[in-house]
Design a protein around this ligand. Structure first.
Ligand code: YNC
Ligand code: MG
Length: 412
């Protein structure tokens, strides 16, 4: 059934939840890690991609934009921008050896890629260093030749060489064995276009005009003190985030430097004028709520830009999608905040303002998955359930399944 995954230190399908959390195989001593790269089929060679070199980022961009994840109907394909890749692949302390490509030996064409970045993860009561694996891609012409397992084994070797033995990753497909499964939800912003490209359709009991009216977005944000996140906010944001995430079964632990990178490095080109709420090359939007009296940061939200190619459409070729990313609110720390509905009320306002900013920045749709506290505002803010699922996986770590509500962090 799973010839490759059966050989890997992951919980196998149907396995009972463990009595105690922990690793599946012990961390290898560096001397015991295989010294040579795993062999590739002849005519192919390994290549470490230098993400500082615009030419090489462009090669990854080109590979992904033609060969990366598509929906089941092959109507849309993720089109991560070069700026996004730079932001996602170069956090503080990244290892260049974890940006791994495969090239055709003769002409050096890039035909496969996999990446990892170092993160600190907390799973229930345990904290450990891990790699976050992403952007696994094999050129369409080389599919089903068992190249993916070679890429996975080679990136695993590179992670082991840094003394790290665990990983987190997400995928639409089900393999052994998800630790949590989330559903995609979509908030439509630009309805005429979304209907035109068949991202959504007008329900039988509605008209297009009514659908537009129902989904109308206010023109200006409502929360007093809402503004773009700035460098001076980072220590407070890091602290608020750390406290907020304690409420969940699994989360990323972010240093102040990582916090700065994640929320400030993808904000685009400040030397050029912005158009609406969008700067040239902007991939990340981060806003804080600064209390007008105390000047403390009480809340923040962020979202990123991940457009999709619209495959074979006569009029449109790009779907502008925003994805809800990390947020926090100190209203979670009030006693009884959940029972009283005060947390929910605050998050509806906070993410409601995120929708307003995203609409200004000309996004067509705003996406979120069912993790963190998202379930408590999705319905009020008129998100609709999508058909896509996102499975979360841990490599070499056993824990009982985490409920969608117990959730996770990490860029997807
Ligand atoms: C996948 N997405 O089951 P079995 S997500 C993991 N993640 O193995 P072949 C996958 N494994 O079942 P193809 C996978 N997709 O026989 C397939 N597999 O045991 C498994 N698509 O290999 C599959 N990107 O080379 C099977 O398949 C084996 O040619 C088959 O290549 C697969 O980035 C792929 O969806 C996905 O580019 C590369 O279809 C290709 O089809 C493709 O014959 C479009 O492979 C793009 C796409 C995946 C996005 C992602 C996360 C990847 C996580 C990888 C696992 C990391 C483990 C931890 C490593 C570090 C450990 C430490 C320490
Ligand atoms: Mg293959």
């Amino acid at each position: 059934e799973h010839k490759f995954w059966e050989t890997q230190p992951v919980p196998q399908l149907g396995e009972e939840p463990p009595a105690e959390d922990g690793f599946i195989e012990p961390t290898k001593a560096i001397e015991d890690v295989r010294h040579e790269p795993y062999p590739l089929p002849k005519d192919f060679e390994w290549s470490i991609l230098d993400i500082d070199d615009p030419k090489q980022i462009k090669e990854v961009y080109d590979l992904l934009s033609l060969n990366y994840v598509e929906d089941d109907e092959a109507s849309f394909r993720f089109q991560y921008s070069a700026e996004f890749l730079e932001w996602a692949l170069k956090p503080p302390g990244y290892y260049k050896e974890w940006h791994l490509g495969v090239r055709v030996s003769t002409n050096k064409k890039l035909v496969a890629f996999i990446s990892g970045i170092p993160i600190t993860l907390r799973v229930r009561g345990n904290m450990f260093r891990a790699s976050e694996i992403n952007f696994l891609c094999v050129h369409k012409k080389l599919r089903s030749k068992r190249l993916a397992p070679v890429l996975i084994k080679e990136v695993t070797r590179q992670v082991h060489l840094q003394g790290i033995a665990q990983a987190i990753y997400t995928a639409g497909v089900v393999i052994p064995t998800p630790v949590s499964t989330c559903r995609y939800y979509h908030r439509t912003l630009n309805i005429p276009k979304l209907v035109d490209v068949k991202f959504t359709c007008v329900p039988r009991n509605m008209t297009l005009a009514r659908m537009i009216r129902v989904h109308k977005i206010d023109t200006t944000p409502h929360l007093p003190g809402l503004r773009e996140m700035e460098p001076k906010d980072i220590p407070e944001v890091a602290d608020l985030f750390a406290r907020y995430m304690e409420r969940f079964g699994m989360s990323q632990i972010m240093s102040v430097d990582e916090t700065r990178h994640i929320f400030l490095s993808g904000r685009g080109d400040f030397s050029q004028p912005s158009e609406g709420h969008r700067r040239p090359k902007q991939v990340l939007w981060a806003y804080v709520v600064e209390d007008p009296e105390s000047h403390r940061i009480t809340d923040f939200f962020s979202f990123y830009s991940l457009p999709s190619t619209i495959i074979n459409h006569p009029k449109y070729n790009l779907l502008q999608a925003a994805y809800l990313f990390y947020y926090s609110s100190d209203s979670a720390f009030e006693p009884g905040a959940e029972e009283s509905g005060n947390l929910k009320k605050r998050l509806v306002q906070l993410i409601g303002d995120a929708l307003i900013i995203a609409n200004h920045a000309k996004f067509d749709v705003f996406n979120a998955v069912t993790l963190m506290d998202n379930m408590c505002f999705l319905e009020d803010l008129k998100f609709g359930a999508g058909d896509g699922l996102l499975n979360f996986y841990l490599y070499n770590w056993r824990t009982a399944p985490l409920a969608g509500v117990e959730a996770v962090g990490g860029v997807e």
